[in-house]
Every structure is written in structure tokens, then in C-alpha cells.
Design a protein. Structure first.
Lengths: 299, 121
């Protein structure tokens, strides 16, 4: 590999360390300046060229680290972010716990008794999923809105958040059919429809979390907490894996959902969702997503 | 409505930032032009590398001290199109305020006989 090619490769590698937004804006200019600087050094001999290359790469790496630090220090609590954060922290764990956590139902039952409310009503579970689904959808929309994305991918991810959220919400709400007489043909049909909607809905939510996780990690959209969407996705996979294992080995669901693995998976999902909520509360919406205002007149 | 930013709120400036503002004080330049002017003016003492220069340019643009003017070819260089920058009104006031601050420090150092041969203009 020739020296100029090597120099170009080293600069490219160093440039990749910058936040994507910065790289998009100044990457080309920095590459041109690096090339010009090395070209200037050629007049002073080989040692000067080597020194210039080393200085450029070191400077780029240092500047990249500082850019990341500056970006993360710009994180601050913002009103809309807090709303999205609360929704993201509560929505998904609420839905998953309602399907997988014996402890969640014990807590709900004891709270219901203390408040004089009957928690074993057929209305409770679909209502929980309905509320959780709405919150989860709001949280996912907030997450997508905080990613550094172009308009096209942003629209697709936002649509995926809405479709996934609606599928899960409708899937859970179909349990209201348990209020119908057991002889009603609608009861079975709605129950089946619920299962059909819920599965793809949760898989779509998982896919969205993975996509958002990759984008957040690549662009540092959520600053120091950019790992949060991927952590939630990983915990959701763990929950699914434990649930599938419990069902596959033939353990009764009521027993399986009291197993330590299930309890740990549920708590990990709750914990990672709280981290995601904090990330949304601290990360402002990228400037490119904000509605454009007409340019102010200048003197 | 935001209160207008005062130059003294942005002081002191870091050395690279001050040199970039000085470089743009007399004419608009592209990144390489800034680097070359600073290097020449400081006798090779300060050579702005790409990361430092564009990190500073990004911050200066964010603060409204400089602005992008156009993308065009520099007739003295190759046929590459380059982005040019210039000082804003606020940028000029900040550079002047920093220059006054440094000059005042130099006067005080001279009064303490720490700058032999130096006298205020």
C-alpha cells in the first residue's frame, strides 16, 4: 500500500471515531485539510511527512473524543423527553409483566385488596395491556424522534413504532372478549385474533428496538446512554427465551413464571426500560427533526 | 426571546479559537486557508490540525461568531470546491474584546517588568 493510500486509510479510520453528524458535516473538509497538510510537509522531507501524519491522526482521535464528550454534556432534562421517558420506562415492562410475572399479579392483587378493587376481573388484564400499549407506543415514537436520522428512515421507523404499538395494544385489548358468554363464537375468534396480533406486534417492537439500538450506538443519539435501546431489546429477547423454554419443557405457566430466570428477566427488562426512559428524558430532539421556522430578518 | 449574547460572556477564548477569529478578521477563508494563515502569522509555532480546526469551527458557528459564506474553488489551489467562512458582527466584537483583554494583561506584565522592550501602543 502506498504512503498516500495509507495516510488516507488512517485518516478515514480516525474520522470514523467522530459522531456521525459531525463527520457528515466536516468529514470531507477534514480529509482535504489532512491531505493538504501532508502535501505541505513533503517539502520538508520524509520525517516531516511522517510527523505530520502522526500529528493529524492523533489530533483527529483527540478531537473525536472531545466531540463525544461535548455532545453528551449537552444532554439535559427536557419537558417532552421526560414525557416520552416515563412512557418508555413503564409501557413495555407493564405489558410483559402482565404476561410473564407472577409477582406482578401478586402485587396487583394485594394493591387491589388495599384499595377495595377487584383485581381478578376479566377487565383488568386487557386494560393493563391497553394502557401499557399506548405508553409503549408513545415511548417508541419518542425514541425514534431522538435518533439522528434522515426524513425517509425516520418516517419508516415512526410507522413501525405505531404499527407495532397498535398490534400489541389491539392484541391485548382483544381479551375484553372474555366478558362475552363462553358460547359466543366471537369470544374464540377475538381470542385467536389477539394472539395473532400480539406475536407479530411484539416482534415488530423488538425489531424496532434493535434498529434504534444500532442507530443510537452508531450516532450516539442518546449520548452516554446510547446503549439503552439495545439493552431493552436484549432483555426482551431474554424474556422471550425464558418464556419459550418454560413452555417447551412443559412446566405449568403459573409455576414457570415464578422461576428465578423469569423473575430476573422481568426485572432486567424493567431496569433497562428505566435507563431508556432516563436517556429519552435527557436527550433533546435532533435539530434536523424540529419544525423549521422562517428565517429571521437581519439588520 | 433570548437576551443578546455579550462578547465578555464568551471570554477568555482558547488559543486556537482566537487565532481562527484573527485569521478571518481581514478576509473570508476556507479551512486550509485558515490553517496556512495562522501558521505563517505565528512563524510555524501554531499549526492547526484538522480535528482541532473543525472542532473549533463547529463551536464558533454554533455560537454565531463565524458563518459559512459559500462553497467555491480556490484559484490558488487545486480544483477542489472548498467551504469558506467569515466573521459575523458578534465574532468581530468577541475577537476585539479578547484582544483588549490580552493587551491589558500584557500591559500589566510590562508594568511588572516582565516584558522587556514592550510598550502599549
Amino acid at each position: 500500500m502506498s504512503a498516500p493510500m495509507l495516510e488516507g486509510r488512517a485518516v478515514d479510520v480516525a474520522l470514523r471515531a467522530f459522531p456521525a453528524a459531525f463527520r457528515d458535516q466536516y468529514g470531507h473538509e477534514m480529509r482535504v485539510l489532512a491531505r493538504d497538510t501532508v502535501r505541505d510537509a513533503q517539502a520538508d522531507g520524509t520525517r516531516a511527512v511522517r510527523a505530520a501524519r502522526a500529528r493529524i491522526v492523533f489530533d483527529l482521535l483527540l478531537a473525536a473524543a472531545m466531540e463525544h464528550t461535548r455532545k453528551e454534556s449537552a444532554m439535559h432534562v427536557n419537558g417532552p423527553g421526560v414525557g416520552y421517558g416515563i412512557a418508555a420506562a413503564i409501557g413495555l415492562p407493564l405489558i410483559i409483566a402482565s404476561y410473564s410475572s407472577a409477582g406482578f399479579w401478586s402485587f396487583l392483587s394485594s394493591t387491589g385488596v388495599a384499595m377495595g378493587v377487584e383485581s381478578s376481573s376479566y377487565l383488568v388484564h386487557p386494560s393493563i395491556v391497553l394502557i401499557g400499549g399506548i405508553l409503549m407506543t408513545v415511548g417508541l415514537i419518542g425514541l425514534v424522534g431522538r435518533l439522528s436520522l434522515g426524513d425517509g428512515p425516520l418516517r419508516w421507523l415512526r410507522a413501525a413504532a405505531i404499527v407495532g404499538g397498535v398490534l400489541v395494544t389491539l392484541g391485548g385489548a382483544s381479551m375484553y372478549a372474555y366478558g362475552l358468554p363462553s358460547t359466543s363464537p366471537w369470544r374464540g375468534a377475538l381470542d385467536t385474533a389477539g394472539v395473532i396480533l400480539l406475536g407479530p406486534g411484539l416482534l415488530l417492537v423488538l425489531g424496532l428496538l434493535v434498529a434504534a439500538g444500532v442507530i443510537a450506538l452508531r450516532t450516539r443519539s442518546l449520548g452516554a446512554l446510547s446503549f439503552a435501546p439495545m439493552a431493552v431489546a436484549a432483555c426482551l429477547v431474554l424474556v422471550f427465551a425464558v418464556m419459550i423454554t418454560v413452555m417447551a419443557i412443559g412446566v405449568p405457566i403459573e409455576v414457570g413464571f415464578r422461576q428465578p430466570a423469569m423473575v430476573i428477566a422481568d426485572w432486567l427488562l424493567f431496569g433497562s426500560s428505566i435507563v431508556l426512559g432516563v436517556a429519552l428524558a435527557l436527550a433533546p430532539q435532533p435539530a434536523t427533526h424540529r419544525p423549521r421556522r422562517p428565517a429571521a430578518a437581519t439588520a | 426571546m433570548h437576551a443578546e449574547r455579550q462578547p465578555k460572556d464568551l471570554l477568555p477564548l482558547s488559543e486556537p479559537v482566537f487565532h481562527i477569529l484573527l485569521s478571518l478578521a481581514d478576509e473570508e477563508r476556507h479551512g486550509y486557508g485558515i490553517m496556512r494563515e495562522v501558521r505563517t502569522r505565528t512563524g510555524d509555532a501554531i499549526v492547526l490540525a484538522p480535528g482541532t480546526l473543525y472542532g473549533a469551527i463547529k463551536r464558533l458557528r454554533g455560537l454565531g461568531l463565524i458563518e459559512e459564506t459559500a462553497t467555491r474553488v480556490d484559484p490558488e489551489l487545486d480544483d477542489e470546491r472548498r467551504r469558506y467562512y467569515r466573521l459575523t458582527g458578534l465574532g468581530e466584537r468577541v475577537a476585539a474584546a479578547e484582544a483588549s483583554r490580552v493587551a491589558a494583561l500584557a500591559e500589566q506584565a510590562a508594568a511588572k517588568r516582565l516584558l522587556p522592550g514592550w510598550s502599549a501602543v
